[in-house]
Design a protein around this ligand. Structure first.
Ligand code: GTP
Ligand code: MG
Length: 317
């Protein structure tokens, strides 16, 4: 499949082409430039919904239940699991696959795991690129599952239009641990495993957190939905809340603002990556090491050294 065929087929929603395009994203393939150029006119329609939360909170189960609900409502849906906590052959993902099997035969659903922190050391454009592929392929909704540890949940909020943060009772300091950055990124809270003891307390705790946050007039107040993803309870309401947030984003112009911020980061990530490559090309490691030695020895200052680097790249350009 050459690039233009890959683009054509992806835009027509051919699952094999979509999978191939995402593999090229994962591998940082040189064809990406041409592929993204071909896909660009077909992007800008998909709604991106991120799901994050601590390991085992029920992200995959909730994702599967949301897929079922979205399909029942007639929306083409793609699922992107970014950096799944279990390896591809591992038990959990296999479990996910079993859960997802009921959707497998459904042409309107595409499911894919993706590694974004591979050998190239954090391809910050990998997730946005994969989202572009799925958007161009015509899925109305793309669900992105990322495990919420440290930076990952903040990252997903940067890529998603709507971010769902999952909590569950009996996960000890789940809410507490999430507290740090979670209030800023959550558009909707789901308290999953509501069939378990302590669910009410978790909801109460969250409600208090949400209530304490400063909020301007008309600003979105993250709703809290109780779910039992395992049997689908509350999932329709969760989707209603996600839809309500989408309506809010469109009404307030916040959707364009979020998407612009996202595109800006993507462009910057590509530019910075290209600059880093050109620095290495122009200077090689030896030249950079020599400059570093001079800075370390106090022979020059780091700004002057950086100027030297950048000047050589500009000359070479
Ligand atoms: N009791 C109960 N168990 C649930 C519910 N939802 C999910 N589980 C179970 O919780 C476990 C973890 O669910 P997953 O959906 O794999 O959780 P996850 O957040 O995707 O996990 P990682 O991807 O490994 O971080 C599984 O054994 C599920 O069957 C629920 O609503 N109630
Ligand atoms: Mg999972």
């Amino acid at each position: 499949m050459d690039v233009s065929e890959l683009v054509d087929r992806t835009v027509r929603g051919d699952h094999r082409a979509i999978a191939r395009a995402i593999s090229l994203v994962e591998n940082g393939a040189p064809e990406l430039r041409a592929i993204m150029a071909g896909l660009a006119p077909h992007t800008g329609r998909a709604r991106v919904v991120g799901l994050t939360g601590p390991p085992g909170v029920g992200k995959s189960t909730t994702t599967a239940a949301l897929v079922a609900e979205l399909r029942a409502r007639g929306a083409g849906t793609a699922v992107l699991a970014v950096d799944p906590s279990s390896p591809f052959t591992g038990g959990a993902l296999l479990g996910d696959r079993v859960r997802m099997q009921r959707h497998a035969a459904d042409g309107g659903v595409f499911i894919r795991s993706m590694a974004s922190r591979g050998h190239l050391g954090g391809l910050s454009w990998a997730t946005p690129h994969a989202l572009r592929v799925l958007d161009a392929a015509g899925f109305a909704v793309v669900l992105v599952e990322t495990v919420g540890v440290g930076q990952a949940e903040v990252d997903i909020a940067r890529h998603a239009d709507t971010t769902v943060v999952l909590c569950a009772p009996g996960m000890g300091d789940g809410v507490q641990a999430a507290k740090a950055g979670v209030l800023e990124i959550a558009d909707v809270f789901a308290v999953n495993k509501a069939d378990r003891d302590g669910a009410h307390a978790t909801v109460r705790e969250l409600r208090q957190m949400v209530g304490q946050a400063d909020r301007a007039e008309g600003e979105w107040r993250p709703p809290i939905v109780s779910t039992v993803a395992a049997d689908g309870t509350g999932v329709a309401e969760l989707l209603d809340r996600i839809d309500a947030h989408d309506a809010h984003l469109r009404r307030t112009g916040e959707l364009e603002r979020r998407r612009r911020a996202r595109a800006r980061e993507e462009v910057e990530a590509i530019a910075v990556g290209a600059l880093r490559e050109r620095l290495a090309d122009v200077h090689g490691h030896a030249a950079l090491d020599a400059l570093a030695d001079r800075v370390a020895a106090g022979g020059t200052d780091p700004y002057a050294a950086a100027d030297t680097l950048l000047a050589a790249v500009a000359d070479a350009g």
